[in-house]
Design a protein around this ligand. Structure first.
Ligand code: SAM
Length: 266
């Protein structure tokens, strides 16, 4: 079978974090190698796929919440392959800039969203905040006199410790007081360490590999922020729509929260 246009030039023998995520969500933008990796992880760690589903669910709750608070500008870093329920679909009439460091994600997003005038697509790395903020599709598109929500959803756990904290601090300082930062982050808290090893092993050929963190290591991303209730919590406790049919929190290895950058960050 010929490759779809979005996969031109992509090595189909190597997994990608974005494609594995899409495969876990039952999307159509993945290869056999990604589906096999997801199946292999799911066979060892039964909570991997539910955690990815709940990441997507809490992303949508967070965006709806922010939109209900009048936020009309979203900078979504580590946007991933557009599957169902992308940020610009949920955030009615809002401006959205999607950023990812995977050229395959960018090519796919550009093809899918060509002509959507309230959306911009930027190739950029979360570790380089100044480059992202200076990009004309960010600096000329987003209005710095109105609140901006920075979304770091399911992305910081792909960046090693020595490269992750400074960029997040830089984003907060550059965005300044009153702007918002939403984060979800994978954790192994409460889980069998062997499961984490099984997950990491399956990402070995990916450009972005996972670095799960404890609650204590995730909290500092919100330093200098006032937390929107309920704070940084297991995502099953982050403003759930309903408890009916929800996964038990102890099965979901993901924390999430939204903070408002405090005065004095500049
Ligand atoms: C698990 S997906 C999350 C997608 C989306 N944010 C969501 O939560 O539904 C992670 C995405 O982050 C991207 N990514 C990983 N490391 C990155 C980095 N350093 N800078 C920008 N994007 C990155 C990957 O390419 C992938 O598309």
């Amino acid at each position: 079978m010929s490759q779809p246009a979005w996969a031109n030039g992509v090595d189909p023998t190597k997994v990608s974090a974005a494609r594995m995520y899409d495969a876990a969500l039952d999307g159509s933008h993945n290869f056999e190698v990604d589906r096999a990796a997801v199946a292999a992880i799911a066979a060892v760690t039964p909570y991997y796929v539910p955690t990815i589903q709940e990441n997507r669910n809490v992303l949508q709750r967070m965006v709806r919440y922010l939109r209900s608070q009048g936020v009309t500008q979203f900078l979504d870093i580590g946007a991933g392959l557009p599957t169902r329920g992308q940020v610009h679909e949920i955030a009615d009439n809002a401006k959205v800039v999607y950023v990812d460091n995977d050229p395959e994600v960018i090519a796919h997003a550009e093809a899918l969203m060509a002509g959507t005038d309230r959306v911009r697509i930027v190739e950029g790395d979360a570790r380089e905040p100044d480059d992202i903020l200076a990009h004309r599709d960010v600096s000329e598109f987003l209005d710095r006199t109105s609140p901006i929500a920075l979304l770091l959803i399911g992305v910081l756990h792909f960046i090693p410790d020595d490269e992750v904290y400074k960029p997040v601090d830089r984003f907060k300082a550059a965005l300044g007081p009153g702007n918002l930062i939403a984060i979800t982050h994978g954790t192994t808290d409460g889980f069998d360490p062997a499961w984490n090893a099984a997950v990491e092993h399956r990402y070995e050929s990916a450009r972005n590999r996972p670095h799960m963190r404890s609650y204590e290591a995730i909290e500092p991303f919100f330093a200098g922020c006032d937390m929107i209730p309920p704070g940084l919590v297991n995502v099953m406790h982050w403003r759930p729509d309903s408890d009916v049919g929800a996964h038990p929190p102890e099965h979901i290895g993901l924390y999430g929260g939204i903070g408002r950058i405090q005065p004095g960050r500049r």
